[in-house]
Each structure stands twice: as C-alpha cells, then as structure tokens.
Design a protein around this ligand. Structure first.
Ligand code: ZN
Length: 239
C-alpha cells in the first residue's frame, strides 16, 4: 500500500492524474492508515468573512465539496498551483475528521476523532465568473492541491476548541486568525446538516469555514499554520 506522502510527492512532481479510489492519510505516529472519503466544505461560516467579500450572511449552511484529488499535505514541501487563472485566495479553516458512521443525534465529540488545520484554496476570479453565470463552483474550489491539510491530531472536543485561536502566517506575517466561537453554524450544526443532506461516515473530512483575512497567494510565499502558539504545518507556493 503506498503512503499518502508518497502519493502526494509523486503528484507534486508530475501534477498528473493519479487514479485513486480514496486517499490514505498517515497519522502523526505513522501507525494507522486512515482513509479519506468525502471532503465537505462550509461557505461563509464567519460573518466578518462573508462581509469582506460583500456576501449576504447565510440563513442555512452553504455546502460544497472537493474531489479527493484536491487534497495535499502542508508537510514543509513546495506545492504547485495553477497559473494564469487569476488570484488564488487562501482560506484558513479547521478541518474535522469523522471517524465512524454518523447517525442522527450523535454528538460532535463522539464522531469527530481527529482535527487539522487546512486551506480551502479558491480561484477567486474564476469563482466570481462562475457565480455570475450561476454555474457550480467546482472549477474554482476543486482544482488539484486546492485542499491543503496539516497533520491530523486527536480532537480535544468542541469546548476545548473554543479556548484556542487558530492562525495562518504568510511570509512571517499573521494574515488570518480565528476562533470557533465566531462561527455562525457550530460543529454540531454543520455535522447534522452534512448528515441530513449527504450522509456522513468514517473518513469524511469537513472544512468548517474561514474567518476574515483571505487573500492571494504568490510564487515563493511560505505559509505556516498555528493552533494557539503551536506550529502544525507549513508549505511553500510554486505558481
Ligand atoms: Zn472556505
């Protein structure tokens, strides 16, 4: 079985289309291999971010998804991104890893086994054009390497997450900082919504929305993810 890391590095080199049913994720300890199933994402879940893009505050969660081929690790290496399609914006998000079949009434702390920080990368100009035409966002949100993720760590529970800020630096300057207390739809609401609409099971990832401060990435930029003061992952941009 090839590891997630070797899969990712080969994809980085070739930027080709590796055929794969699901993606293997390596734990911090490197012992257990975990499967990633669906990648669900929540749009405009922080009011200040909705405002910065001139969007309305949603009355129900805005849901979209990314192909598993979009997933890549912030493990210190350089990652390639599409060029010539306008701005690519970073959106810093908490990523939840569901580790069992979810049923109605299940609590967040019982079904989320691990968490990570991630970037929901967005081809912003492409997205604006798609929105204008009323077309799906997939080309703007689901391109290769558009779902960046740090290593997974054990989920400490929703209450513990409220006591921690998460942040992103670009070339040493903090560009985004958030706390889940500012989310419009909390983890429980997000999980129930995903369950009701799509079903939710072991291996699914949920990108839970971005706080304000989204902005463009450029060739050579280095991004570092922090959970409180602890570095969780980093990568460099090749564009
Ligand atoms: Zn997002």
């Amino acid at each position: 079985m090839s590891s997630f890391f070797s899969y990712i590095s080969s994809r980085r080199l070739m930027f080709g289309s590796a055929k794969m049913e699901s993606v293997n994720v390596k734990n911090e300890g490197g012992k257990n291999m975990e499967k990633v199933g669906n990648i669900f994402c929540i749009g405009r879940n922080y009011a200040n971010h909705a405002s910065e893009l001139g969007n309305e505050i949603p009355k129900e969660p805005i849901l979209f998804s990314k192909p598993t081929h979009a997933l890549t690790y912030a493990d210190g290496e350089t990652i390639c991104f599409p060029n010539g399609q306008g701005d690519i914006h970073h959106e810093l998000e908490i990523v939840l890893y569901i580790d069992r079949e979810v049923n109605r009434g299940d609590r967040v702390d019982d079904v989320v086994g691990k968490m990570a920080l991630g970037l929901d990368l967005t081809l912003r100009d492409v997205q604006t054009a798609l929105k204008d035409k009323g077309h799906p966002w997939l080309r703007a949100k689901g391109f290769k390497n558009s779902a960046i993720m740090t290593k997974l760590w054990d989920f400490p529970g929703e209450e513990a997450c409220k006591k921690q800020t998460f942040s992103l630096t670009k070339n040493g300057v903090t560009v985004q900082k958030g706390n889940i207390q500012d989310m419009m739809f909390n983890f429980q609401a997000i999980i129930h919504e995903c369950l009701d609409v799509f079903g939710l099971g072991e291996g699914d990832l949920i990108y839970t929305g971005t706080p304000e401060g989204v902005g463009p990435i450029a060739d050579g930029d280095e991004f570092i993810f922090y959970w409180g003061g602890e570095e969780k992952g980093r990568f460099r941009v090749s564009k």
